[in-house]
Design a protein. Structure first.
Length: 278
């Protein structure tokens, strides 16, 4: 018998993959967790029925959420990742020589343990307990309320704005992110699909630009996410992604999507996306 799994990405659309095997299913305090092995995308992490990452395309998301903001900042030393329980973002962050401390605050310890076991290629920095890593299992929203003037770069690698991630898409959260950043700090957040989540993107633009003098959106093509076109939003106190001198960007080991040209071109937006930001 053939087994298939569908993520319903909108009310009228789903992404369906044929499954070789279900490797894990369980319920944590926060969400339903599953790891499936699919024919098309290899092993996939699914939270509350939503694809989070896959062995086949994960490099795109993780390289783009980490390297783009880290290369806008000229010398990121102290970096925080909120969420990111699969470890892929931290794996990329610790590649930067300037980074001395890479903190990670993930609400769900079970996600971390499951990814360490079933997605070791992605969770490698968690598995080896990388010397730059400081992992805390806790709520990123609460953590942001408690810190001030601490980070050069904050990366919000969160799930969708429902469940435990909902509060990560609010004005109150961005106020605390602003407070937690140093005077020249910047943050990035995954902000869903410019094709399917236009109202969310407009609201976030308004919220973030009310606090940060520089707000920029960039794009990447990620096959497992709705529409395949995914966006990220940067709020920056000082450094503008548009003026980054790409010749000073350090070599970053083993990237398959990110390069210096992408650092610049990912901020070039189609007209329908520009419209959203007006
Ligand atoms: N790449 C993914 C995507 O866009 O679908 C995100 C992956 S990562 C697994 C998302 C993580 O955010 C989850 O492990 C979830 O537990 C975590 N998370 C959700 N809300 C959180 C919160 N309030 N504080 C910290 N982590 C949170």
């Amino acid at each position: 018998m053939e087994l298939w799994f569908t993520e319903y990405q909108t009310e009228n659309l789903g992404l369906t993959v044929r499954i070789k095997e279900t490797l894990y299913t369980g319920r944590s305090q926060f969400q339903e967790i599953a790891v499936i092995d699919s024919y098309e995308f290899g092993r996939m992490l699914v939270l509350d029925g939503v694809f989070q990452t896959s062995i086949v395309d994960e490099y795109i998301y993780h390289e783009m959420i980490a390297h783009v903001p880290l290369c806008v900042h000229p010398n990121p030393k102290t970096v925080l990742v909120i969420g990111g329980g699969d470890g892929g973002t931290i794996r990329e962050v610790v590649k930067h020589q300037s980074v001395e401390v890479a903190e990670m605050v993930e609400i769900d310890g079970t996600v971390v343990e499951v990814c360490k076991k079933y997605l070791p290629e992605i969770s490698v920095a968690l598995n080896v307990n990388h010397p730059k890593l400081r992992l805390t299992i806790g709520d990123g929203i609460k953590h942001m309320q408690e810190v001030e003037n601490k980070y050069d770069v904050i990366i919000v690698d969160c799930s969708d704005p429902i469940g435990p991630g909902e509060g990560l898409f609010t004005h109150a959260f961005y106020e605390n992110v602003h407070k937690a950043l140093k005077a020249d700090g910047l943050f990035v957040q995954q902000t869903e699909s410019p094709f399917y989540h236009q109202e969310l993107i407009k609201r976030l633009q308004t919220d973030i630009s009310s606090l940060f003098p520089i707000t920029r959106l960039y794009l990447a093509n990620i096959p497992i996410y709705p529409s395949g076109l995914h966006c990220f939003t940067i709020g920056s106190k000082q450094y503008d992604p548009a003026t980054v001198d790409i010749s000073r960007i350090p070599e970053i080991a083993d990237t398959r999507y990110y390069n210096r040209d992408i650092q610049k071109s990912c901020f070039s937006l189609p007209n329908f996306v520009r419209e959203l930001l007006k």
